[in-house]
Design a protein around this ligand. Structure first.
Ligand code: NAD
Length: 328
């Protein structure tokens, strides 16, 4: 069986190659992302493996379908970039619902600690033999209010981490499924929290959940952490909140226009996303390139579950990680 793999890098190929020793599939790795233009690379393949920033719209799905591809195996949890309606009845879609919530939750806390305690600046200073502490003052997390929006696997892991730091944790979710969480209204998250961390999926309800109106309700100096999906935040509103000093810090592992940018090296180019350039230039913003998932444990599990999904499909077993349309 032949499988096309889009948007792959050396760091994920090694985990898939190791896992594929069990299956012996013929894997065709491509650096390019899956889109209507690159679907043709899947000719002869039964399954196409795709990732967070692939553009799997109706045209891409129709092209894959015409080429005989039967399964789109997402090697990630989110599937907001797949037109499920277009796929229905043509191509099955599977995903890796849980791989390591700790990887992403720990990255969220790592970003928060880095920005709050200015570790990124201290690192650069001491390398330059500059031992000044000016401008490096942070605040204790202990006793501060953390607001967690979305209390699924990652949000719940982040809640546990925040509690370990002695924070008062408030949560908001449309399904109040974590018995250890203290659920409050979204407005209370906005108005009472010193740190707000986003862990809900991108849906029509959560698109730009952080916007001018919600920022206006927030405490002055609030830190916002987004390791979920870029479009949860209206980036222009975020920049306004930072420049008028309402927002004390922003930790961004995702960005709404990241698709063509993240995971690639553009250090030599001058034609850059102006909003991202402005955000990055702020002293109280740190950006990582959608790397929350990037631990050995997560990559190993992603490889194992993706290939198991493909094996389940090809062996006509129940495809337990199939994705269905929830809101037709
Ligand atoms: P999950 O499905 O376990 O949890 C998501 C939670 O969000 C659920 O409890 C759900 O009820 C809640 N939710 C849905 N709609 C909501 C709304 N309108 N308001 C508030 N809460 C809502 O997912 P997860 O594994 O915890 O992942 C969370 C998100 O993290 C994913 O959707 C994905 O976007 C992102 N993610 C990022 C990385 C990374 O590398 N940065 C890796 C994996 C996942």
């Amino acid at each position: 069986m032949k499988i096309s793999f889009y948007d792959t890098k050396p760091y994920d190929r090694i985990f898939f190659d190791k896992e594929n020793e069990k299956y012996g599939y013929e894997i065709r790795y491509f650096e390019t992302k899956l889109s209507k233009k690159t679907a043709v690379l899947s000719k002869g393949c039964t399954a196409a493996v795709a990732f967070v920033n692939d553009d799997i719209d109706k045209e891409a799905i129709d092209a894959l379908n015409e080429l005989g591809v039967e399964l789109i195996a997402m090697r990630c949890a989110g599937y907001n970039n797949v037109d499920l309606k277009a796929a229905e009845g043509k191509i099955k879609v599977a995903r890796v619902p849980v791989y390591s919530p700790y990887a992403v939750a720990e990255h969220a806390m790592a970003m928060l600690l880095t920005l709050n305690r200015r570790i990124h600046k201290a690192f650069l200073r001491t390398r330059d033999y500059n031992f000044s502490l000016n401008g490096l003052t942070g605040f204790d997390l202990h006793g501060k209010n953390a607001g967690v929006i979305g209390t699924g696997n990652i949000g719940s892991a982040f809640i546990d981490i925040c509690k370990g730091f002695g924070m008062n944790v408030f949560a908001y979710d449309i399904f109040e499924s974590n018995p250890k969480a203290q659920y409050v209204s979204l407005d209370r998250i906005f108005s009472e929290c010193d740190v707000i961390s986003l862990h809900c999926p991108l849906t029509k309800d959560t698109y730009h959940i952080i916007n001018d109106l919600s920022i206006a309700k927030m405490k002055s100096g609030v830190f916002i952490v987004n390791t979920s999906r870029g479009s949860l935040i209206d980036s222009s509103a975020l920049l306004r909140g930072i420049t008028n000093e309402k927002i004390g810090g922003a930790c961004l592992d995702v960005y709404e226009e990241e698709t063509e940018i993240f995971h690639e090296d553009f250090s030599d180019t001058t034609n850059k996303d102006r909003l991202l350039v402005q955000l990055i230039s702020m002293p109280n913003v740190i950006v990582t390139s959608h790397q929350g998932f990037l631990t050995k444990e997560a990559l190993q599990k992603i490889a194992a579950v993706t290939l198991k999904n493909i094996s389940d499909y090809s062996n006509k077993r129940t495809l337990e990680n199939e994705v269905f349309i929830k809101n037709p």
